[in-house]
Design a protein around this ligand. Structure first.
Ligand code: ADP
Ligand code: MG
Ligand code: ZN
Length: 590
């Protein structure tokens, strides 16, 4: 691999040339169509599948970015079936491999795998078959670790390669190569060996979520000189996106979720995602107390219990699974009508993927996330060791705190997709109830908060977000109260302002690690010194509903101006939306 090679320039293939690959006059086209029907029992291709398959069949290296559940696997399975020899598929998880093998077996496609849980005899047999002149399988699934660690496997693959029997390489979840991706896996970084040893074999990298910079990084790591990148739209038009606020004083999210499940989602299938294994148990127990049929699911349960919960849910014997993110891989239930996040995800990518398990059948479904101040820091501490963990978390916080941009547009911008305002069709809470916010000047508030953090620093103290909140609200130690400017804003408003200061870089995060816990503190952010400049001002947008008139006055107190951007009444939901979710009043929205 020539690492000095310029990367990211992409191939010199114009749109016009790419169009060619949507046709069905290739030498393999008849067979493709036949196998799609006879083997895979599918009637037609979904968007991008045919193009991806034709490109791959033409021997091109390809990166395919397509949301989860849209059918990436077919883009290497069908070519595998229609080619001589076999396709090598690199997949990160044994459970994913097992799902695929089970599926392929059910449609009579020969596939085998090598992974950490293969028995010695099985591995021996597979290794022998790789070099068979007539390879008995079409797909060989391996974990990246096998490629990296098994010299025997590599030497067998080399033999197959020289004999022209290694027809294609697919790298699933290809974003795992990049440390900038949301799910870096060290073994993936060593997969450069594939293109180095098998330069003539076309490589297909698949992912549901990767920005172009992550893809460029993957391209460099995998030593793929000029891949063609196909990107499917991220806009899931049937999903309704909504954010609800969790109040730190009285968290009534549980009763809220119970009511939703029992009323709006009566007899409908869904998932409630929670932060931790412990939360899975407690939230599940709380919902059960409220009369909802749910089961918890997390990585620490024994495998039989896990698959039992999965099976019961898949067959609608359990309405809802209360799960950690361990519940996800290989989940392919089409009629999930709602995905509720009891706690925010650790990034927009994660949120998109988790919430995207709703509405795979293309019928309307809801994605609701509960946004609580304290949750930000629980996750922050969890991702403290990840290279870009904080940055990614803040993208999620921004998605939730946002009151004026269409939720879809935030997602689209994040995935670097061009956004067209017509693309939402009032299928998010901002578009449906939008224009109901005020822009407030928070310069003085920022100075007060920064002073509190500075003061603590000068006393050699570190303040947790909770301590900062309490100090500002006048609940700190008496000696300090004399030295700082306290506020009479409500808890929720105080939290919103601190969150905004964090998002805008006036506050930053600081961690301290013990063997058992990671502690999170607030420190001054890179932009804090700007506040010393008299002319510097900061604003933030707050939703009007839920702010009492008093609050608006207080927010305005001592500030130069309050710009009220819009007071128009919330737009009416379009007629075609079956059940316009009512504006949520119980929890204060901002
Ligand atoms: P991904 O890897 O992109 O998350 P999968 O390859 O696992 O998605 O496919 C998800 C589901 O979509 C599978 O059940 C698959 O059978 C189905 N599927 C794939 N292609 C088509 C198609 N052309 N028509 C109908 N269903 C399809
Ligand atoms: Mg997949
Ligand atoms: Zn919208």
């Amino acid at each position: 691999c020539d690492s000095t090679q310029p990367s990211g320039s992409g191939p010199a293939m114009t749109k016009q040339e790419l169009l060619r690959y949507e046709k069905d006059d290739f030498p393999w086209s008849t067979e493709l169509k036949q196998s799609l029907k006879d083997v895979f029992q599918l009637s037609k291709f979904r968007p991008l599948q045919l193009k991806a398959i034709n490109l791959s069949m033409s021997g091109k290296d390809l990166f395919l970015v397509m949301p989860t559940g849209r059918g990436k696997s077919l883009c290497y399975q069908l070519p595998a079936v229609c080619s001589e020899g076999f396709t090598l598929v690199v997949t990160p998880l044994v459970s994913l491999i097992e799902d695929q093998l089970m599926y392929l077996k059910s449609i009579d496609v020969e596939a085998v795998s090598l992974n950490a849980s293969s028995s010695k005899e099985h591995a021996k047999m597979v290794l022998a078959e790789i070099t068979d002149t007539k390879v008995p399988f079409k797909l060989l699934y391996v974990t990246p670790e096998k490629i990296v660690k098994s010299k025997l496997l590599m030497s067998r693959l080399e033999k197959a390669y020289s004999a022209g029997r290694l027809s294609r390489i697919a790298v699933d979840e290809v974003h795992c190569c990049s440390q900038w991706g949301h799910d870096f896996k060290p073994d993936y970084k060593l997969l450069e060996i594939l293109k180095r040893q098998f330069p003539k074999v076309p490589l297909l990298g698949l992912t549901a979520t990767a920005t172009s910079s992550v893809l460029k990084d993957c391209q460099k790591i995998l030593c793929v000189p000029e891949p063609i990148t196909l990107t499917a739209s991220f806009n899931r038009t049937n999903l309704y996106y909504e954010v609800r606020f969790k109040d730190s004083n009285s968290d009534d999210s549980i009763s809220d979720i119970s009511a939703l499940i029992k009323e709006r989602y009566k007899d409908q299938s869904g998932i409630v995602y929670v932060f931790s294994q412990k939360d899975a148990e407690t939230v599940s127990a709380d919902l059960q107390k409220n009369g909802v049929k749910v089961s918890p699911y997390h990585a620490n349960m024994n495998p039989e219990d896990k698959s039992q919960v999965h099976r019961k849910w898949a067959t609608n014997k359990i309405q809802v699974v209360v799960a950690t993110v361990a519940f996800g891989m290989g989940i392919d239930k089409a009629d999930v009508r709602f995905v509720i996040h009891h706690t925010i995800s650790k990034s927009i990518e994660n949120y998109y993927q988790e919430s995207g398990r709703a509405g795979r059948d293309d019928k309307p479904a809801d994605c609701i996330v509960y946004f609580g101040f304290n949750d930000i820091f629980r996750i922050s501490a969890m991702v403290a060791m990840e290279k870009v963990g904080q940055q990614k978390l803040l993208t999620m916080v921004d998605y939730c705190q946002n009151v004026d941009r269409c939720r879809r547009s935030v997602i689209a911008v994040h995935f670097e997709e061009a956004w067209d305002d017509g693309g939402c069709n009032k299928m998010c809470d901002v578009c449906r109830h939008g224009n109901d916010y005020i822009t407030v000047d928070i310069t003085q508030h920022a100075k007060d908060v920064v002073q509190i953090v500075e003061l603590a620093g000068s006393l050699d103290e570190k303040l947790t977000p909770l301590k900062v909140t309490e100090a500002w609200m006048g609940k700190g130690p008496a000696k300090r109260r004399k030295m700082i400017q306290t506020t009479t804003l409500s808890r929720l408003e105080v939290e919103a302002i601190i969150t905004s200061l964090l998002l805008q870089g006036y506050l930053g995060e600081d961690f301290s690690f013990t063997p058992y816990t990671t502690y999170f503190y607030l420190k001054l952010g890179g932009k804090a010194p700007l506040l010393k400049n008299q002319a510097h001002s900061i604003t933030m947008k707050m939703r009007r509903t839920g702010l009492d008139a008093n609050t608006e006055d207080q927010l305005a107190a001592g500030v130069k101006e309050v710009v009220v951007t819009s007071q128009s009444p919330p737009p009416v939901a379009p007629d075609n939306s079956s059940t316009p979710p009512p504006r949520h009043n119980k929890l204060i929205k901002m």
